[in-house]
Design a protein around this ligand. Structure first.
Ligand code: F0G
Length: 465
């Protein structure tokens, strides 16, 4: 039985009209886009679930903050407001704003990773993996086995497999592991949370072998909500206390602030201990000035710093987080009723539909996740994205197509943007596609691809036999 939709803890003051298109128009537009959803124009999309990143609706407080933004090149008051807010939330000494998450990775990773080394994560997001590889190192995913079975409903499927982590460290030698990265929530595994206990265990292993531990903190607030909801020992803690404790286990964080801080642009680097890491902080500042801009703006406008400082706090509000996760739970329950498989229990920022289960006849190298993405667009003007073999790409050493553990189509939900009726449309579209799924015999082939992060730009064509 479908659960009730959690009501919005806000009302709407400004609206943005969205265009309705016909199926014929959409079929023509997706063909012209070479079946790559990133090539579509935003205006041709009805419900845009491509990403929850930078697509959020800001509050009246944030928009008021935009007007107050201090645009001084150096030492802007908005910078100090942001730094002080982040220091209070995370308990870290040094905070560096950057323009988005991958900028944080670009500025930080070369200090830890070089050729011949490895970085291990519960799961790397695609751009994070790319920055490990750009630094010359190799990225290894080490998520718990249960994450790989979308039908297995257990808590904290985003966790690191700690036994395997220790084996990997011993196999490659601790001196060759430049960094361990804990991604909270674990985006690629379905927005699945990481438990406090797992964070503590990973931290202990890292300390034992002298390996620095970085939190990829894009969805840290949603993770904290799951910890409070599902981890017995943390149920009486506030969201802020949970975050403080979680971050106390790591040495640093890299954050795409385009997610849980409910803004349209921004990123952060945090270093816990300023005195122990004076050299590292010097390198961060130097890289930031070279790549991003002066250290007190980091590639952002003063108005962005201001909105980010306000969003950091809004993203921690428990009634907001309850509504936010409630949206995913609502859609998931509609899919349960229809017998549509997804990464379950549902995670934090979207519903990851199991495209392999919907299209068992389509092999990984014909990209079932992409097939469902294209069908969703044709069916209802919904734009989602593949999180599977299409996204994973080719082995950087052999050039061969990699076989992903999952073939998901991710419906990533922008924050404070869509209403219950939109969610009903998402469910109806998936149900309609499920009914005719057996008629779709083949997937897609790639007709052109760039050498790195190919899914953003590649051209595809339907396979016809
Ligand atoms: N880390 C994680 C876990 C992410 O999900 C992302 C981005 C990044 C790092 C990079 O941040 O985009 O600000 O440079 N994820 C987006 C997504 C793009 O759609 O999941 P960025």
């Amino acid at each position: 039985m479908a659960i009730k939709y959690t009501p919005e803890p806000f009302r709407i003051k400004m609206v943005e009209t969205i265009k309705m298109t016909t199926r014929e128009e959409r079929e023509q537009k997706i063909a012209a886009a070479h079946y790559n959803l990133f090539n579509l124009r935003g205006e041709d999309v009805y419900i845009d679930l491509l990403t929850d990143s930078g697509t959020n609706a800001m509050s009246q407080e944030q928009w008021a903050g935009v007007m107050r933004g201090d645009e001084a090149y150096a030492g802007a008051s908005s910078y100090f407001k942001l730094v002080e807010t982040a220091q209070e939330i995370f308990g870290y000494d040094y905070i560096q704003p950057v323009h988005q998450g991958r900028a944080a990775e670009k500025v930080l990773f070369p200090s830890f990773l070089h050729k011949g080394q490895f970085a291990i994560s519960n799961m790397f997001f695609d751009t994070t993996r790319a920055h490990v590889e750009l630094a010359g190192a190799r990225a290894i995913d080490c998520v718990v086995e249960e994450a790989k079975d979308p039908s297995k409903r257990c808590k904290f499927k985003g966790n690191m497999d700690v036994v395997k982590l220790e084996q990997l460290i011993q196999e490659h030698g601790a001196e060759n592991i430049g960094l361990v990265v804990m991604t909270i929530t674990n985006n690629s595994a379905g927005g699945q949370p990481v438990s406090m206990q797992n964070m503590k265990d990973v931290s202990e292993i890292c300390k034992k072998y002298g390996i620095p531990l970085d939190i990829d903190a894009a969805r840290y607030a949603e993770n904290a909500y799951f910890v409070k909801r599902d981890e017995e020992t943390c149920k009486d803690m506030s969201i802020m206390e949970i975050i403080h404790k979680m971050f106390s286990y790591a040495d640093m964080f890299t954050m795409s602030a385009k997610k849980d801080t409910i803004v349209n642009m921004g990123g952060l680097i945090g270093i816990k201990d300023q005195t122990k890491n004076a050299d590292l902080i010097m390198k961060i500042k130097a890289n930031c000035i070279s790549f991003e801009g002066f250290i007190t703006y980091g590639g952002l406008a003063g108005r962005d710093l201001e909105a980010l400082a306000i969003g950091l706090r809004e993203g921690l509000d428990e009634s907001y987080l309850k509504y936010r996760i409630g949206q995913m739970e609502y859609l998931a329950s509609l899919l349960d009723d229809a017998g549509i498989a997804y990464q379950s229990p549902v995670g934090g920022h979207g519903v990851f539909v199991d495209a392999k289960a919907m299209f068992p006849q389509i092999p990984y190298y014909e990209f079932p996740g992409q097939v469902l993405g294209v069908e969703l667009y044709k069916e209802a003007g919904i734009r989602a994205c593949d999180i599977g073999s299409y996204m994973l790409g080719n082995d950087p050493d052999t050039g061969k197509q990699l076989h992903a553990d999952f073939e998901f189509t991710r419906l990533a939900v922008p924050r404070r943007v869509y209403t219950q009726a939109h969610f009903d449309i998402m469910a109806d579209a998936l149900i309609a596609i499920q009914k005719r799924a057996h008629e779709i015999k083949h997937g897609y082939k790639i007709t052109w691809e760039p050498p790195i992060l190919r899914h953003f730009q590649a051209s595809l064509a339907p396979i016809e036999k």
